[in-house]
Design a protein around this ligand. Structure first.
Ligand code: CAA
Length: 248
């Protein structure tokens, strides 16, 4: 078993997830990047690319929108490495549409992947963390969960819900050495934002006081701060990393 603390980042091969994996590895953690099972080839290529950069990061398949699939992923990591000490719930998707045009599948897929996933994965790691009297859980939400966004009733509801989950779980595990916090990124330079219509994205960026998109590393920096061993008294918080777009 591993002497380093073990960190699982769901959606770990994505834009923000990759930067979080690298940040945690640089912090001395044994990092596992969770990925959506149909994306096995891409995940293996991602792992190889990280190896070439000097990062030894494990990968683990698991559909986080599914309870049993999440349980199997945690069991797989447990048998390979041991119990998880640090969990970053980062897996997320968008299905943007105004509500009047939104189909149930667009609502359900976003709620399952972005919100149910926090329950599905955390449920299988939290007992171990409380028994060890150490755990760090970070949920990646969004500025749009705080302020709402045109075309994102599904996403805004899921991300707002994620912080409610953070606060309730933080209360339940506070006395057991486990902290639970949210990071709410603004608009970040990733595939998710590059899929937006250019004119819509430009109009949004024009309103960001810092005047540009965030880099994924700027989000990862906050996650690494929250997961430090010595950051033991900060729990139930929502860290906004949005370039001043929404001040809370
Ligand atoms: N405010 C007011 N009106 C707006 C608007 C806005 N922000 N955006 C579009 N509209 C208007 C349009 O001008 C158009 O008006 P007309 O009908 O008069 O021409 C109308 O609303 C479009 O409405 P539709 O019902 O046709 O829109 P749609 O269902 O096809 O969806 C959309 C449009 C895809 C939602 C598009 O507005 C869009 O892409 N918006 C951006 C959503 C966004 O910010 N996504 C973030 C993705 S990244 C992410 O989520 C990461 C993160 O955490 C930040």
């Amino acid at each position: 078993m591993n002497e380093k603390k073990i960190a699982l980042v769901t959606g770990g091969t994505g834009g923000i997830g990759s930067a979080i994996c690298i940040g945690l590895a640089e912090q001395g953690r044994k990092v596992v990047a969770g990925y959506f099972p149909p994306e096995k080839d891409a995940a293996e290529a991602w792992q190889k690319a990280r190896q070439e950069e000097g990062y030894d990061i494990e990968i683990a398949a698991g559909d986080v929108s599914d309870y049993e699939g999440s349980q199997e992923m945690i069991a797989d990591i447990g048998s390979r490495l041991g119990g998880i000490d640090i969990l970053v719930n980062c897996a997320g998707i968008t299905r943007d549409k105004t509500l009047r045009k939104m189909e149930p599948e667009q609502w359900n897929s976003v709620l399952r992947t972005n919100l149910d996933s926090a329950f599905n994965v955390t449920r299988h790691v939290v007992d171990d963390m409380t028994q060890k009297n150490f755990g760090r859980i970070v949920n990646i939400a969004s500025v749009n969960g705080q302020k709402g966004q045109f075309g994102q009733t599904n996403y805004s509801a899921a991300k707002a819900g994620l912080h409610g989950f953070t606060k309730a779980l933080a209360l339940e595990v506070a006395a057991k050495g486990v902290t639970v916090n949210t990071v709410s990124p603004g608009y970040v330079k990733t595939e998710m934002t590059s899929a937006m219509p250019t004119e819509v994205l430009d109009a949004i960026v024009n309103q960001v006081p810092v005047g540009r998109l965030a880099s994924p590393e700027e989000i990862a920096y906050s996650v690494c701060f929250l997961t430090e061993d010595k950051n033991a008294y900060m729990t139930g918080a929502n860290l906004p990393v949005n370039g001043g777009m929404y001040m809370s």
